[in-house]
Design a protein around this ligand. Structure first.
Ligand code: AMP
Length: 113
């Protein structure tokens, strides 16, 4: 997608601190971290949000979950972390490219608010 900032990161057109990548997904550090460890895990292919995913995206969504686990391991927070997606503006979504926030490195409260 031409105007999507995360597509541009995936294409290497905008710099990001990439902490994990494979042919279908990548993870990079969030610019405005909400925890000592805060990465964003995205599919390279543009999907606006989780509810926009189609049946044909099932394999990619599975790969995204595995990428998140590998990212947690790479960042040494695999013992305790939170994986969350904001789906829709009212849920806090500000970038319309599916992404999971991977948060760790501090005690995470529940409910998140
Ligand atoms: P959300 O509000 O759930 O859509 O999350 C979008 C996240 O993207 C926010 O936490 C932002 O801090 C983060 N963000 C926006 N632009 C960039 C960027 N260029 N590099 C890294 N993180 C970004």
């Amino acid at each position: 997608m031409a105007d999507c900032i995360f597509c541009k990161i995936a294409a290497g057109e905008i710099n990001a601190r990439i902490v994990y990548e494979d042919p279908d997904t990548l993870a990079f550090l969030d610019l405005n971290p909400q925890a000592p460890t805060h990465a964003l895990v995205i599919p390279r292919r543009h999907i606006p949000r989780l509810t926009a995913a189609a049946d044909t995206d099932a394999e990619l969504l599975g790969k995204l979950q595995l990428a998140a686990a590998r990212t947690a391991k790479a960042l040494k927070v695999d013992g305790a972390f939170r994986l969350v997606t904001n789906n829709g503006k009212a849920a806090g979504q500000s970038v319309d490219h599916l992404h999971y926030h991977l948060l760790g490195g501090r005690k995470l409260l529940w409910p998140p608010g």
